[in-house]
Design a protein around this ligand. Structure first.
Ligand code: KIV
Ligand code: ZN
Length: 534
């Protein structure tokens, strides 16, 4: 009966003592936000954003960061290499198809890491072999042996994945896993690439493979589940029950199609139901909310309000009965504390009379460490905001600092914006920009205030990029809330996302649009520099 397994006190669920923790099996958390997550349409991140996400993932205690697919582009290669160079104890993986050139490139990118890993994969299911690879089973077995051996000659830590494992006949999958382990693979990943498996079946597949492959104890088994049927987290946990000890997952469940297993859900399920699961992870769960916000902002993928763990409503209680219960005892309707995932009670911060010291302390509390100049800039912006907005909340400060980080090194800045809009005709925007130190002003009309503002920017900074996303979020509640705007621009098949925050939605929109244009300019400069040095 479920009740008999529930601990009497919530604290027993929430705190794991070190002796209890050490008796539990460690689950390796392999984060693929920067690879599987980033490769999903529209979620592309810039070089700087990837470094920022990787740094947070390492601070949060994930064990492996799959930093990208080095052969995919020069940009991917450079980001993986820089993440590898900056990494401490975290393992940095680079993805490679079962192609010698891919493997060499992945090795070049990750080799500078303290703990480098090559992750190589090949399809094993009949449908992939017949239609995509046009290879026989025997040919694929030879490819596995050769490519895993090649990778193993380059690094000691090699992960091999059987793409579409869950639609592969088990006897053939056993032969593939056997070949990969014999060739030197240290991790064997069996992905549910198309999100087709159900938990009992996925667990059974691991049990059977672990039991049938002679040297299965020489490798760690791994799950990698897509969420097409909404079963990615359940399948990952079932895979662990079947013998896997690594879970591949992404922040906010970002990833191809319906996404991957969400890291925050997997980790909190293991932690909250520690009475049931004899496993542990090393993830610092109070950092989950920050990671979710960062990934949502840089990818411009909003988090649904009722998303487990990190959704805005995940810890809010609306119905009268629930509120009544919560007031009497929080355990009536809460299985985890908001603090355990980094949600703090929304606190009213400082007003316009607060000083630098208090502001610096608040930033520290929110996890931001700024240098003196950045702190001074952020403080000025905070003062401006406090003049315009009655209540300044933690979320406002996070948006303000995020905006500050995003706008550093930009060549174009908004100096002033006036927008005239309403029922009486086309909207008009008068904008002044600082472009590389020169001030330029334009007055342009448009079909509504946003269109007029963007047309005015385009009149000053002409470009051919197409806008594929315009998204507005209120940072807090109330009509004076700051607007956080994301704008995605696409040029030459590549996309960039700009962000801007301001209590005035039009100013936030202009900042976001300009931030995206700045990123396009940085990309062009990089490509130009590469072409010149080639
Ligand atoms: O879903 C999948 O099969 C993958 C592999 C590359 C591991 O992402
Ligand atoms: Zn995948």
């Amino acid at each position: 009966m479920l009740e008999s397994r529930l601990p009497e006190k919530k604290d027993q669920i929430m705190t794991t003592t070190s002796s209890a923790a050490s008796s539990k099996d460690k689950i390796v958390i392999f984060d693929t936000t920067l690879r599987d997550g980033e490769q999903c349409p529209g979620a592309s991140m810039t070089y700087e954003e990837k470094l920022e996400v990787a740094e947070l993932l390492e601070d949060m205690g994930v064990d492996v960061i799959e930093a990208g697919f080095p052969i995919a582009s020069q940009g991917d290669f450079e980001a993986v290499q820089e993440i590898a160079r900056r990494a401490g104890d975290v393992t940095i993986a680079g993805l490679a198809r079962a192609i010698p050139g891919d493997i060499t490139r992945a090795a070049e990118a990750v080799r500078v890491a303290k703990r480098p890993r090559i992750h190589t994969f090949v399809s094993t299911s009949p449908i992939h072999l017949a239609h995509q690879m046009k290879k026989t089973e025997e040919q694929v077995l030879d490819i596995i042996s050769a490519t895993v051996a090649q990778a193993r000659n380059l690094v000691d830590d090699v992960e091999w994945s059987a793409m579409d494992a869950t639609r592969t006949p088990i006897d053939y999958l056993i032969r593939c896993v056997d070949a990969a382990i014999k060739a030197g693979a240290t991790t064997i990943n069996l992905p549910d690439t198309v999100g087709y498996a159900v938990p009992e079946e996925y667990a059974a597949m691991f049990r059977r493979i672990v039991e049938a492959v002679p040297n299965s104890d020489k490798a760690i088994f791994s799950t990698h589940c897509h969420d097409d049927l909404g079963l990615a987290v359940a399948n990952s946990l079932a895979g662990v029950a079947g013998g896997a000890r690594q879970i591949e997952c992404t922040i906010n469940g970002l990833g191809e199609r319906a996404g991957n297993a969400a890291l925050e859900e997997v980790v909190m399920a293991i932690r909250t139901r520690g009475d049931f699961y004899p496993y542990r992870t090393d993830v610092e769960t109070p950092m989950l909310t920050r990671a979710s916000k960062l990934v949502s902002a840089v990818s411009a993928f909003p988090v649904q309000y009722n998303k487990a763990i990190v959704g805005r409503n995940a810890f809010s209680h609306e119905s009268g009965i629930h509120q009544d219960g919560m007031l009497k005892n929080a355990e009536t309707y809460e299985i985890m504390t908001p603090e355990s995932v980094g949600v703090k009670a929304t606190s009213l911060v400082m007003g316009k009379h607060s000083g630098r010291h208090a502001f610096r302390e608040k930033l520290k509390e929110l996890g931001f460490e700024l240098g003196d100049n950045a702190l001074e800039d952020a403080f000025k912006r905070f003062k401006d905001l406090a003049d315009r907005k009655k209540h300044v909340y933690d979320e406002d400060i996070e948006a303000l600092v995020g905006d500050e980080v995003a706008t550093a090194n930009e060549r174009i800045r908004v100096l002033a914006l006036t927008v005239i809009a309403g029922t009486g005709g086309p909207a008009k925007a008068i904008i002044s920009l600082d472009v590389d130190g020169t001030h330029v002003t334009k007055e342009v009309t448009g079909n509504g205030p946003v269109d007029a503002t963007f047309n005015a920017i385009k009149a000053i900074v002409p470009h051919e990029a197409k806008m594929s996303l315009y998204q507005v979020h209120a940072v807090t509640e109330g009509t004076d809330a700051q607007a956080e705007v994301s704008v995605r621009l696409e040029e030459d098949g590549k996309s960039v996302t700009g962000r801007g925050a301001d209590p005035d939605t039009m100013v936030a929109s202009a900042k976001a649009y300009i931030s995206a244009v700045n990123k396009i300019m940085i990309k062009r400069q990089r490509q130009h520099a590469q072409a010149v040095s080639a």
